[in-house]
Design a protein around this ligand. Sequence first.
Ligand SMILES: CSC[C@H]1O[C@H](OP(=O)(O)O)[C@H](O)[C@@H]1O
Length: 347
Amino acid sequence: MTTSSEVFAPVKWEGDALLLLDQTRLPVETIVLTIETAEEVWAAIRHLQVRGAPAIGMAAAYGLYLGIRQLEAADAGAFRELLHQRADYLATARPTAVNLFWALDRVKARIDQEGEKPVDVLKAAVLDEALAIQREDAEVCRTIGENLLTLLNDGMGILTHCNPGALATAAYGTATAPFYLAKERGWNLKVYADETRPVLQGARLTAYELQQAGIDVTLICDNMAAMVMAQGKVQAVIVGTDRVAANGDVANKIGTYGVAVLAKAHGIPFYVAAPLSSIDLETATGAEIPIEERPAEEITHGLGKQVAPDGIQVYNPAFDVTPAAYITAIVTETGIFKPEEIGKAKP
Ligand SMILES: CSC[C@H]1O[C@H](OP(=O)(O)O)[C@H](O)[C@@H]1O
């Protein structure tokens, strides 16, 4: 792994290497990692150097190629066996964002479709599918933004949580997509970005990318969301998701459920931006979504400064589940859906 300083999208295949923007260093430093192995991809996902459901899926698909490109296999059957082993390894990087598993399954399905072709042709097909996943994600996000814009008006205040942004996708973001499209149209949306403790994706990433884009963004602490809503500054909430269950329950960054309860209490619509790649109809309800628990140090040593006593007990779930009852609509690239009807989103 080598590093350099260059500003660009979170994930990029260049030449014969995977480049990852190290998001743990933002917003102060722009460091690009040159990734050459599946193990490095696994570590980058686990340690949030690349994060955000769609970006995790893209990185994992490239990681699968990095993991098999130098393997020797006697035939297509032996190659598929090795491919599945590498995919199973990458699938252990993080448990909640279904995009990780969706992307790995999509690559495996492509190789099944290729049948008994020469191994070098199958290797090229793995990379081709990873490139397609990233290429398609940009268009998906733009379409989600177009669909969300039909729910918004010029001049609205909108609160978002965590980073469902360009830094979590191939472009535009999911929940942030309408902010970029609105700017293109000359609208003036006012965005309130929750800092999103403990890892501060809102402060470090959403505030950064929207400010860089010249979008009106105001950073608030998570505990200020209620006051901002009570003061009438917010007319809609839009968040991203890591996994939508078949009944419309939504897993997203910890704190999202509380924002949804606040929005309901203030009569503010709560929208979830969800690419089809984040919808998991195999999981019946939010209760079955695996919630990642992360290291205590993210709380006790926030960004490297000790802020809690040695040995204190810590509970650090990285996600929570917002019940469908608190969600006004789930917006995908295929349309706008009541949460309980999310099964209709997939063609
Ligand atoms: C485009 S949705 C991104 C989604 O992922 C974030 O989690 P993490 O930063 O831990 O990967 C958060 O839940 C966002 O809503």
